[in-house]
Design a protein around this ligand. Structure first.
Ligand code: SDX
Length: 460
């Protein structure tokens, strides 16, 4: 058999050899800075006529990226090389946002200028309040904010007088500052209260808490421990490499759509209960366990039942096959905030007992299911006074700098390509149009079923 070594890219020290359909080719292997390896299949179809199929992309890299590194087996998470635990301890959310977007920590002058920009853009157009006021009251805050982010572009279009880069930077700053304000405005209006304006004398996180909870009849007292907890909460959520919503932001952005629209799409993806919507589902699950007298065993039994679509919310992860490093820190914040407020949350002991029980259960051990970022985050948010239906909004505000950094990295990549995956078609082969007079019930031949997926019924 003629060995045809094609596709060995210049300068790549490793080559994967593939033999398919009687042809042998060499595909270049890419090695990341942390030693991760990928087979570059960019020329696979051109060389063999074959594509790959990877349902859910569990084995497929969509890009190379210099923003966030995760090691799912070791439970490592670093933003631009800095361990998330160090940022949680020493940094602020604004500084971490700067790091993610610009690739390095700011010097004092740069951080000050960034904070001033965020403050200057913290107001939202007064006309936007009519949008919030006229939304059906029962609308989920994620639905409101996802559409309001797109609406921002109508109020703040790109300016002809600015360069493309200046317009992008302005849009990034506006989004970082205004999403936080819009979330608080939405909350206040949902309660029939007058929105609270941002204050120039408060930090990013303190401003949010004040906009949410300050009231003419009960002034909100800024508590440094709670502000620190919110900074840490948002730092822990700030980026997570190519998760579902970030991949959506990159894909939508690859069509060269504006940043507002790409972020709005990312918010829609994050809303899903298997993704960012899980933090709300965790608290709802813990409340059900509480209502059932605190006995978690029936819930664990359901989670293990293949015929039951129920999943233990806040458990499991596509990448982490050990404890999510963020969940460990989040668990500590629960204790810090509850101790500061001199209060308890009955859901915390239920969550801790659930974790302990699940972690001893062979099903969870064999499936490498550990608490993820969402398992304890809801308890922190409850302690801060955030309503349950705003939990995913809080995740979105935290993830925004990551989405922006990832969109920018794709946008600035000289090798940029429109994201357009292929497929394997499993439907009807060619057939003719049938006139109505000749159609019969039996003739309503369905398309062939897609290749059956392994595992249980899809999660709810
Ligand atoms: C986030 O990707 C990211 O980085 C996301 C995120 C981020 O910061 O952006 O970290 C944020 O989304 C965290 C995840 C929040 N979601 C939840 O907590 C929902 C509950 N978890 C699951 O639905 C699940 O674990 C996923 C969706 C998170 C991951 O699922 P995968 O990787 O697609 O794995 P899978 O569904 O193929 O499950 C593998 C096996 C299956 O059993 P088998 O059929 O192989 O026997 O594990 C089981 C699953 O049934 N399993 C669970 C489970 N999670 C997986 N069984 C019970 N309870 C669970 N939670």
């Amino acid at each position: 058999m003629e060995q045809e070594k094609i596709g060995t890219a210049q300068g790549k020290e490793e080559t994967a050899i593939l033999t398919v359909n009687g042809k042998t080719i060499g595909l270049p292997v890419i090695t990341g800075t942390e030693g991760e390896k990928a087979i570059d299949i960019s020329r696979l179809r051109q060389l063999t006529g074959y594509i790959t199929l990877d349902l859910g992309y569990g084995n497929t890299g969509s890009c190379t990226s210099a923003i966030t590194f995760m090691d799912g087996e070791k439970g490592i998470l670093r933003y631009r090389g800095i361990p998330v635990g160090q940022l949680a301890e020493h940094s602020t959310f604004v500084e971490t946002a700067y790091l993610l977007i610009n690739g390095r920590l700011p010097i004092q002058r740069e951080l000050q200028a960034f904070s001033v920009m965020l403050n200057d853009h913290s107001l939202v157009h007064e006309d936007m309040k009519f949008f919030f006021q006229n939304y059906p009251r029962a609308t989920h805050p994620m639905g409101i904010l996802s559409s309001m982010v797109t609406a921002l572009r109508s109020f703040y279009p790109e300016l002809e007088t600015l360069s493309h880069t200046e317009n992008v930077n302005m849009t990034m700053t506006r989004l970082l500052s205004k999403l936080r304000t819009m979330a608080a405005v939405s909350y206040k209006i949902s309660r029939g209260h007058t929105p609270e304006y941002p204050r120039p004398d408060l930090s990013y996180c303190a401003n949010f808490l004040n906009m949410m909870f300050n009231s003419p009849v009960k002034p909100y007292v800024i508590d440094d421990v709670l502000v620190k907890a919110l900074n840490t909460f948002w730092i822990l959520h700030a980026d997570h490499e190519q998760n579902c919503s970030t991949s959506v932001v990159r894909m939508v952005g690859s069509a060269r759509v504006n940043l507002y629209a790409a972020i709005s799409a990312g918010m829609a993806a994050l809303w899903g209960p298997l993704h960012g919507g899980a933090n709300q589902k965790v608290v709802e699950m813990l409340e059900k366990i509480q209502a059932a007298g605190g006995d978690a065993k029936p819930f664990i039994a359901r989670a293990k039942d293949k015929n039951d679509p129920f999943r233990l919310m806040g458990f499991g992860h596509r990448v982490y096959k050990t404890y999510d490093p963020r969940a460990k820190i989040m668990k500590n914040i629960c204790h810090d905030v509850l101790a500061r407020l001199k209060t308890d949350d009955p859901l915390l002991p239920i969550a801790m007992e659930l974790e302990e029980t699940a972690r001893k259960d062979l099903y969870f051990i064999d499936h490498n299911l550990y608490p993820n970022v969402d398992f304890y985050s809801g308890i922190v948010l409850r302690a801060l006074g955030i309503p349950t239906n705003m939990f995913t909004v809080m995740f979105a505000i935290g993830r925004l700098p990551g989405w922006i950094a990832q969109w920018k990295e794709d946008h600035d990549d000289p090798g940029w390509r429109l994201h357009r995956p292929r497929q394997i078609y499993v439907g009807n082969t060619v057939r003719d149009y049938v006139p109505m007079s000749q159609r019969t019930e039996a003739g309503a031949e369905p398309g062939k079923a897609a290749a059956p997926r392994s595992g249980r019924k899809p999660a709810p």
